[in-house]
Design a protein around this ligand. Structure first.
Ligand code: AVJ
Length: 314
């Protein structure tokens, strides 16, 4: 795996070098997910304030049989950004697919979770693919019709234009006769105050703060960085105009560090923008699907109307 890891390291170095040269410093959210980051993300999903995972699992438990009835057995389920695949068993049991193709950027994590899943589903052809699903790559089991599974509102990391491009790309990758089951965290309003969102991205136990700060630790580990983690703090704020939660790493004092053979400096209060998590109205979700070449077929929400799971047909 040395070549793939070297390639990843070079891409991380490039993104850090370019991102920290911008007037608003930025590091793309995909770099959160090294092995440690993937583990911290799993811990986030257990935080009492982080409602999306729990809410989506509840919706999936209620609608999985309906999804199975619509799409039928014997497909390949292709999961984008599968992580530890906590939602997957629910879906696999209802769909009875012939193959399961989890795609994740974190190779270690993917291999461990795929092995665990394969043990629970004897007879299922499990074919993990280590890939960045925003790039081009090939899928195994081209002989089977597919159901894409993109839970967790991961799509929220992208701004609307990029989200349309990605979902259009999924259509091309999955091919004719495919379905997509995709989760969206919904915008605040009605029974969903902004405070619920802000707490979800700044939990009291500090797990999300650890997740954000791990990015700096990763720079130290992988890019020969000298970042003093204590000089930074986690920030999460709602940007109403862009309908998104933003995460930043804020310098607590004038500070600087070396990494990728360069020196970077920040003034007190300056931030590195590390993540956008867009939130959508149901109407915006449908428009997004259509703009990406999908036909929205059915939508399920929780009782509070905080999260939506959508079934789309190509
Ligand atoms: C994995 C992108 C869906 O935006 O809610 C959780 C990532 N960041 N807490 C999200 C995340 C901070 C998560 N996604």
């Amino acid at each position: 795996m040395a070549d793939a890891d070297d390639f990843e390291n070079a891409a991380f170095a490039r993104d850090v070098r370019m991102g920290l040269a911008q007037p608003q410093k930025v590091i793309p959210a995909r770099w959160f997910y090294d092995r440690r980051g993937s583990e911290i993300f799993e811990a986030i999903t257990d935080a009492p304030e982080y409602y999306p995972t729990r809410t989506e699992i509840g919706i999936l438990a209620d609608c999985a049989a309906d999804v199975g009835a619509r799409v039928g057995a014997g497909r390949a389920v292709v999961e984008f950004g599968s992580g530890s695949s906590a939602k997957t068993p629910l879906l696999l049991r209802a769909i009875a697919p012939a193959a399961y193709v989890p795609i994740d950027i974190s190779g270690d994590f993917l291999r461990a979770s795929s092995a665990a899943l394969a043990a629970d589903f004897p007879g299922l052809d499990v074919r993990p693919v280590v890939a960045d699903f925003t790039k081009r790559f090939a899928l195994p089991r081209a002989d089977l019709p597919r159901l894409g599974f993109f839970p967790g509102s991961t799509i929220g990391n992208l701004a609307p234009g990029a989200a349309v491009d990605l979902l259009r790309g999924f259509g091309g990758l999955l091919g004719a006769d495919s379905w997509l089951l995709i989760g969206f965290d919904l915008a605040p309003g009605g029974d969903k105050p902004v405070a619920v969102l802000e707490a979800a991205y700044d939990d009291a136990a500090g797990v999300t703060a650890d997740f954000n700060l791990n990015l700096l630790a990763r720079i130290n580990r992988e890019l020969a960085g000298t970042v003093r983690l204590g000089d930074f703090r986690h920030r999460a704020m709602w940007n109403a105009a862009a309908s998104r939660i933003e995460m930043h790493l804020e310098a607590l004092c004038d500070t600087g560090f070396e990494a990728v053979g360069q020196t970077f400096s920040l003034r007190a209060g300056e931030t590195i923008h590390t993540e956008n998590s867009h939130k959508w109205s149901l109407e915006a979700v449908r428009l997004l699907g259509r703009a990406a070449g999908w036909a929205p077929v059915q939508s399920w929400e929780d009782d509070r109307g905080w999260f939506s799971l959508q079934l789309w047909r190509i």
